[in-house]
Design a protein around this ligand. Structure first.
Ligand code: NAP
Length: 494
């Protein structure tokens, strides 16, 4: 049985394919509201309007999704890789064919500016295409034997059912990035999207059905996260967990995984430094700084939180960056502004807290610094200069449109300050000196280093962090590692 929540039809935005708007969970190839048929409401962060209701599944409903995935595992994992690849490829093509509808859903439920939402659909689809190809690559390695009378091979085998838990800030791409790798490896999937943005994931489930994934291969379970996810963490049949979200919940899942020794991928928080040396191209640096800070309205794990600027260009950068920031437009995702709403009241309160704390400790406000009159969940793009090292914003992820700038004098000093964080996801570096680029890239304790540019992500690269930014990598061939076990086979010649 399928459902199209009626509320959505009353909004001024029509999907060209209304069947993409799903309110039930997708389990074992069926749309279900679970045994209790309880629903929860999802609203548009731009104006608080009600978008629709979504099924809130119970713990036992959620456990049934693992039954379905376990049942589907045998047939899916033993399918010819070419067939798995063809199914993934059909999913990829369907996602692109419905890009506009998927972006619309995302702009409404997440608040993301519609052009950014379209970009996320492209980005997310690229993982499905990439892993459709990877599934065909040989997964057997022949090793030169260390024994005179034996032949040695190393195989990669799918681990089994994989649980995927995704955040609200990239409601589509975080799911495809994980699911495509898991499915390509031969695993089956149970996925929990954030309750704040479930419609993007449910639309992907609808397209997975059309792509022809066998029932139970890809399941999307909506509801209260602890209720849905905990049964998966306890279930010994769930062999891998891939999570994107806060470091706090990542640590909880790490602890919960210990009981059954699950494979883990954790993509957690970031606190990116943006380091600008005086020899860099200042025009380019200002342009890239705007992208590094304000993409996804600042709600981005890759978002630059701390700007360190070498003293000779400090004032010039501060004034040019503040001036460019003050020109950013703010509004609802569907109006395609530069900056959309924040996700919830707690996010807005965090901007206020970080700004008040920095100003109280002597920072200088260059632009912004208050809520925006576009609506309850909007905050002005803000730039703070002279932010002291003990300000909260220099240590905690702000996850919003507030930039903190501080001057530095030496390379050694700035690299030490950049590394002085428990996070290690991405660092941005601007300089023209090739030897400094090499030294800094080596010294920075971050999983990704972006030199003289901001955009570095994509399906072929290993995305992930060091220290408390996470474990494992997504994208690239490494993206399939957590979904496979290594088996070594040693055969006697005789
Ligand atoms: P979050 O609160 O940790 O939530 C992430 C996911 O975990 C959501 O699906 C959430 O569901 C679920 N969840 C919440 N409590 C849970 C529990 N007790 N057990 C199991 N699952 C639980 O993070 P967020 O606020 O949504 O996302 C922002 C964070 O994600 C930031 O720290 C950001 O840096 C990080 N992030 C990292 C990356 C990366 O690749 N490294 C990418 C994007 C975001 P509900 O939302 O329904 O509660």
């Amino acid at each position: 049985m399928s459902i199209v929540p009626s509320k959505f039809r009353t909004t001024q935005f029509e999907l060209s394919d209304p069947a993409l708007f799903r309110g039930f969970s997708y389990v074992g190839g069926r749309w279900t509201a679970g045994a209790s048929a309880q629903m929860f409401a999802v609203s548009n962060p731009a104006d608080g309007s009600h978008l629709g209701d979504v099924a809130s599944l119970s713990a036992s409903d959620s456990a049934r999704a693992v039954d379905a995935a376990q049942q589907a595992f045998g047939p899916w994992s033993s399918m010819l890789p070419q067939q798995r690849a063809a199914t993934l490829r059909r999913w990829y093509e369907l996602i692109l064919a419905h890009k506009q509808d998927l972006a619309l859903l995302m702009a409404l439920e997440q608040g993301k500016p519609i052009s950014e939402a379209r970009g996320e659909i492209d980005y997310g689809a690229s993982f499905v295409e990439f892993f459709a190809e990877e599934t065909k690559r040989p997964n057997i390695e022949s090793v030169t034997s260390h024994l005179p009378d034996a032949e040695v091979e190393v195989w990669r085998e799918p681990v089994g059912v994989a649980a995927l838990i995704t955040p609200w800030n990239f409601p589509s791409a975080m799911l495809t990035r994980k699911a495509a790798a898991a499915l390509a490896a031969g695993c089956t999937v149970v996925a929990h999207p954030s309750a704040q943005t479930p419609f993007s994931a449910l639309a992907l489930a609808e397209l997975s059905e059309r792509a022809g994934f066998p029932a139970g291969t890809f399941n999307v379970v909506t509801g209260d996260a602890p209720v849905v996810v905990e049964p998966w963490m306890q279930d010994r049949r769930v062999r891998a967990v891939s999570f994107t979200g806060s470091t706090e919940i990542g640590k909880l899942l790490y602890r919960q995984s210990a009981e059954t020794i699950k494979r883990l991928v954790l993509e957690l928080g970031g606190h990116a430094p943006f380091i600008l040396f005086a020899d860099a191209d200042l025009d380019q640096a200002v342009e890239e700084a705007i992208k590094a800070k304000f993409a996804t309205s600042g709600q981005d794990c890759l978002g630059a939180n701390r700007f360190f600027v070498e003293r000779p260009v400090y004032e010039a950068f501060c004034s040019r960056f503040a001036e460019a920031t003050s020109r950013l437009t703010v509004g609802a995702g569907m109006d395609d502004p530069d900056i959309g709403p924040l996700m919830n009241e707690a996010a807005v309160a965090k901007q206020e807290q970080h700004v008040a704390d920095a100003l109280g400790k002597g920072a200088r406000l260059l632009t912004g610094g208050a809520r925006h009159d576009a609506g309850r969940l909007f905050y002005q793009p803000t730039v703070l200069a002279d932010v002291p090292a003990d300000a909260l914003i220099m240590h905690e992820e702000t996850f919003g449109p507030v930039a903190a700038i501080a001057p530095f004098d030496t390379e050694e000093e700035v690299l030490q300050r950049a590394n002085d964080t428990e996070y290690g996801l991405v660092a941005y570096l601007h300089t023209q000196d090739p030897r400094r680029i090499y030294r800094a890239s080596r010294t920075l304790q971050f999983g990704m280093v972006a030199v003289n540019r901001t955009k570095v992500t994509g399906a072929p690269i290993p995305f992930g962090g060091m220290k408390q930014s996470g474990l494992g990598r997504e994208g690239s061939r490494l993206g399939m590692e957590a979904f496979t076990d290594v088996k070594y086979v040693c055969r006697d010649w005789a």
